[in-house]
Ligand binder design. Sequence first.
Ligand SMILES: Nc1nc2c(ncn2[C@@H]2O[C@H](COP(=O)(O)OP(=O)(O)O)[C@@H](O)[C@H]2O)c(=O)[nH]1
Ligand SMILES: [Mg+2]
Ligand SMILES: [Zn+2]
Length: 288
Amino acid sequence: MQGIIIKNISNKYTVIAEENKYICEARGKFRHTKDTPLVGDKVEFDEKTNIIKEIYPRINKFDRPPVANIYATIIVASLKKPDLDLYLLDKMLTTINNKCLKVIIMFTKIDLCNEDEIKQAKNLKKYYESLNYSVYFNNDAKAISTIKKELRNKVVTLVGQSGAGKSTFLNKLSPSLNIDTHPISDALNRGVHTTRHTEIYDIEGIYFVDTPGFSALELNMNQEELKASFPEFNNYLNKCKYKDCNHDKEEDCIIKQMVKEKKILESRYNNYLSFKKEIYESSRKLFR
Ligand SMILES: Nc1nc2c(ncn2[C@@H]2O[C@H](COP(=O)(O)OP(=O)(O)O)[C@@H](O)[C@H]2O)c(=O)[nH]1
Ligand SMILES: [Mg+2]
Ligand SMILES: [Zn+2]
C-alpha cells in the first residue's frame, strides 16, 4: 500500500493512506542505507505487518526540521502591522532558493494601507511575479480557490513573521478550523517556541507541515548559490565585464546598471549585498 508519512515519534511513523492512518515501523534495509524515512515521504508499506518497505524518490529534503517532499512554500508577508519587511521576504526567498517547486507570496492586510501603499504593494506584486513567484493578496477570494486547487494532495509549508496572518489564512482556507489568531502584541507575549515534533496536518486536502524550525533563516550557501537565488540576475548571465562578477564593487556591472535603470528593484539589490556580506562573515567565523 502507498501512503505519506505525516508524523514520526521515536521512529513510529504515522502513515496516511486512503484516508486511514497506520502506525508503521521501518526495519531491516533502512538501517544499512542511512536513508531513514522522513515526515513527508511517500512510502510503500505492508498494511498487515505495518512495515515500511520502500521510500519513493524525494523532490527535496530539509534537515531542520527533518522533512521531505515539500512541494510549495507559502510566505505570508503583512503590508502593515507589522510593516512590510522586504529584507525578511527576500531572505526567505533566498533561503528557500530552488528547493521547492513552487513559492507563493501572500501579502496580507492591504485593507490597512493608504493609497500610496496600495500602489506600492501592487508594483511589488508585479515585480515578484516577473521572477516566477505566485503572488496574491489575502483578501482575494479567487486566490484562495486557486491555491486550494493547485496544492491539493501536496506537502506545503507556511512561513512568515509572527502576526503576519498565517493562522488567519488557514482559517480562510478552512473556516471550520477556527485556529487562534493573535494581534502582534499577544503573539509576542506568548513566550519562546517550545520545540515540538514535526507533523503534517491535512487541511482541505492540502498537507501542511507544522514547522516551528522553519523560522530559523540561515543562509546555508556559497556566493555562487546566492547569486543563483536571484532569478533577475540570470537574465543577464555573462553580460558583466567580468565573467564571475559579484555585482558589488566591480566596474561595468550590468546588474548595477539595471538597478539604476529601475529594471531591478533597488531593495532586492541591497538585500543581495547584505546577504553576500552575511555569508562572507559566517565563512570567516568558520575558518578562524
Ligand atoms: N486588518 C487585517 N488584519 C488581519 C489580516 N490578516 C490577519 N489579520 C490580523 O492580524 C493579527 C495576526 O494574525 P494571525 O493570523 O494570528 O498571525 P500569525 O501569527 O501569522 O498566525 C490578528 O489579529 C488577525 O486578525 C488582514 O488581512 N487584515
Ligand atoms: Mg498563528
Ligand atoms: Zn556584475
